[in-house]
Design a protein around this ligand. Structure first.
Ligand code: GLY
Length: 288
């Protein structure tokens, strides 16, 4: 029985001195997701486990270490989707929760697909999820990797042994953005999508450009007829045509991986049940 997992730590510029932190963080997150899949856990649980690790690592712009908005506050967006029943859970501009991905996970079986702001935090509290002071998500400066690019949403896709696919995204948004701004990451068809019959995709990058071009929807439409990287390249051509930068990952129901970016760098890690060890790439041209 096959399993597979791919994740990314953001489409951005990664300076040489930041490469190891990105590689280490991606591999740690991959290990968390892999361990769920190897124990016959669900794809959704694997995605949540992997993204919780990325949200705990200040190297990445998600959870602890998120970008700060124009008021110097952290507002986060996250989504999780399952490809069988097309269950969708999302939160946007949520504050004061440790793991937005777990709030999105808890939303999966609700009628609503997306809760915002105080309503999202109230939902998290009602579900007993971990709350915190919003300021506790801002690490001391020396712990935070330099954000040389602003496009560093994290994302993960998993295929479990029951052939179920799930995808998740999590982001602190863009540095200095207006209070209340929402990008592509919690919007299905923009920053992510999954259908067990077709495959799954997650993007990182310029949220407004990704949403305008509905990048995830474009990839899904092409995936039945095209290779993962061809479908991703077509989407990137569309976003580049309006001046946008992005990176995307794909996983098909057959376990084929794809990843592509027009940002300078893109931190990615992946593994499946046929590989003894994971592969990870951080800066352009680097290999694990
Ligand atoms: N891609 C993340 C954002 O634009 O918020």
């Amino acid at each position: 029985m096959m399993w597979a997992i791919i994740l990314h730590g953001g489409a951005k510029e990664i300076e040489p001195e930041e490469a190891e932190a990105h590689r280490h963080g991606c591999l740690k997150a991959l290990a968390a997701g892999r361990s769920v899949l190897q124990s016959n856990g669900s794809a959704a649980d694997a995605v949540e486990a992997a993204i919780r690790e990325l949200e705990s690592d200040p190297t990445f712009n998600a959870g602890y270490g998120s970008a700060l908005n124009a008021d110097g506050e952290v507002e986060m967006c996250s989504a999780l989707m399952e490809g069988g029943e097309l269950n969708v859970g999302g939160v946007s501009i949520i504050q004061g929760v440790r793991h937005p991905i777990s709030v999105a996970r808890a939303m999966l079986h609700e009628t609503e697909i997306l809760l915002s702001g105080p309503g999202a935090r109230r939902f998290a509290a009602e579900r007993g999820l971990e709350l915190c002071d919003p300021a506790d998500l801002i690490p001391p400066k020396e712990q935070k990797a330099k954000q040389t690019g602003t496009h560093d949403t994290v994302g993960c896709i998993a295929l479990d042994m029951s052939k179920r696919l799930a995808v998740g995204t999590s982001t602190g948004g863009l540095d200095g953005s207006p209070v209340g701004r929402v990008g592509d990451s919690p919007q299905p068809g923009c920053g992510y999508y999954v259908d067990d019959k077709v495959g799954a995709v997650a993007f990182s990058g310029d949220g407004e450009h990704i949403a305008r071009k509905m990048l995830a929807a474009r990839v899904m439409h092409r995936l039945s007829a095209d290779e993962p990287e061809g479908a991703l390249q077509d989407a990137l051509d569309h976003v580049a045509a309006i001046g946008g930068e992005a990176g995307g990952i794909v996983l098909t129901p057959a376990g084929e991986f794809g990843w592509r970016h027009n940002s300078r760098d893109f931190a990615v890690a992946f593994q499946n049940s046929d590989r003894d060890s994971p592969e990870a790439f951080t800066r352009k041209g680097d290999a694990s």
